[in-house]
Design a binder for this molecule. Structure first.
Ligand code: ASP
Ligand code: MG
Length: 435
């Protein structure tokens, strides 16, 4: 059995729902995980915002707008009156429930309930559509098996012991909601924004799936994604660790949380496109491709902070003091280079840059470079291989490089350059590594 996850845009309109239903129904007895229709979770967040602010009118307006979108989709989706009626009843009950919240006290528990409605809606719509098409589909409520423990982490034993028996029931196809779950207090909760990939990965690991398929509307990994250079050769295979390096550069590749469960359960993940359903996509698993450089990715809006101090020389505990400052502002450091007398660190979240710099000045001379770009070359960079570093460095010979990161993992070399040099750097790397 495979797990097939379809994202929000893949179920974003009636015609897309039909297309996904066709793809899912033709692929065998699998478990399908659905996101909410695109835009829905954002709108639900907006509704929750109004409810927090006790703006009942704002909430009601937004609820009505969202409801009419669903009613429109229903009128386009179904061909029988009976399915239309059943779906309309379900949708209206959900929106009545949302409206009822305008009359109650609103807090975090209610907010999570609101956010969960999108996946409940899309999965019920899909269930009824598949039924109409003659598919014997079984909707498995994610709230009955997807569970967080007291630390807020997925409870893998619970998930396995509750999901597996559900698959004993006879059906052509199983369907469930992504993103939504219950927490340790049994309240409705979620796996954070974009969490449907995580559901797919956790469910795939729990049932020992043959494969986890993440379907998107992007045509291949490189197209439509300006952050990754097109080397004209689509990446067909990645190691999980290579995917993890690339995940930082955008969830379009694979949501970062999705990697871990699949990697440890040794279940391959395949990225596929609904635009080209018969294309092989990108396979991610635990097999390394020795000696191959796979991809180059870039991320803008990076700031680099350098702290130089003679106190660092032969001292211990200096880095801890520096890191504690970043930690206290919940700012994560992405790249770091140190010498005996100075440390440079890159961050992409610059909200607390001024505060961080202010505190760092206690320990040394601080300087900041803004508008930098992090470029990452991903592939088999095992240190015992010879020649890779020099090939990559050679490509960068005309470009001013602020920092180089190598040896942090076996799968990556990173460079920090000025944003204005990004294009040139990407072209040079592409020409050198993939020509
Ligand atoms: N619907 C949720 C969101 O928009 C989960 C997902 O799409 O993966 O974040
Ligand atoms: Mg999504």
């Amino acid at each position: 059995m495979k797990v097939l996850k379809f994202g929000g845009t893949s179920v974003g309109t009636a015609s897309r729902i039909k297309k996904v239903a066709g793809l899912a129904a033709g692929a065998g007895r699998n478990l399908v995980v659905l996101s909410a229709m695109s835009g829905t979770t954002n709108t639900l967040e907006e509704i929750a915002g109004y409810l927090y602010n006790r703006n009942a009118d704002g909430a009601k307006d937004t609820i009505a707008r969202l409801e009419s979108k669903y009613l429109r989709t229903i009128s386009e989706l179904y061909s029988t009156e009976e399915s239309r009626r059943q779906c309309t009843e379900y949708v209206q009950a959900i929106f009545e429930g949302l409206t009822a919240l305008t009359r109650e006290l609103f807090g975090p528990v209610q907010e999570k309930m609101v956010l969960a409605q999108g996946e409940l809606l899309s999965s019920r719509m899909m269930e009824l559509y598949l039924r109409e098409q003659g598919v014997d589909v079984l909707l498995l409520p994610a709230l009955d098996f997807m569970k967080l423990d007291a630390q807020g982490e997925p409870d893998q034993d619970y998930i396995r012991s509750h999901l597996l028996p559900m698959l004993d029931a006879k059906a052509d196809l199983y369907l469930t909601q992504g993103y939504i779950c219950r927490n340790a207090h049994d309240e409705v909760d979620n796996l954070q924004r974009g969490g449907s990939d995580y559901t797919a990965s956790l469910a795939g690991a729990a049932i020992g799936a043959e494969e986890i398929q993440i379907w998107t509307d992007i045509d291949g990994m490189h197209d439509n994604d300006p952050r990754v250079v097109d080397n004209t050769r689509a990446v067909r295979h990645l190691h999980f660790d290579e995917a993890a390096e690339l995940a930082y550069f955008g969830a379009k590749i694979l949501h970062p949380t999705c990697i871990q469960p699949a990697k440890y359960a040794n279940i391959p993940v395949r990225l596929l496109s609904t635009m080209a359903p018969s294309a092989p996509g990108t396979l991610i698993d635990n097999t390394p491709d020795s000696g191959t450089i796979k991809a180059v990715a870039a991320k803008d809006n990076i700031a680099v902070i350098k702290i130089k101090s003679s106190r660092m020389l032969l001292a211990h505990g200096f880095l801890r003091k520096v890191f504690e400052i970043f930690e206290s502002y919940r700012t994560s450091i992405d790249m770091i280079c140190t010498s005996e007398v100075g440390v440079s660190m890159s961050i992409d979240d610059t909200r607390y840059l001024n505060e961080i710099v202010h505190h760092l000045k206690k320990y040394g001379t601080v300087s900041v470079d803004l508008d930098m770009c992090l470029i990452c070359v991903v592939g088999d960079m095992d240190w015992e291989n010879v020649g890779f570093e020099s090939r990559v460095m050679d490509a960068m010979k005309e470009i001013p490089v602020r920092m180089v990161g190598y040896g942090g993992s076996n799968y990556n070399i990173s460079f920090l350059v000025k944003e204005e040099d990004k294009k040139r750097a990407l072209q040079a790397l592409s020409a050198q590594l993939f020509a």
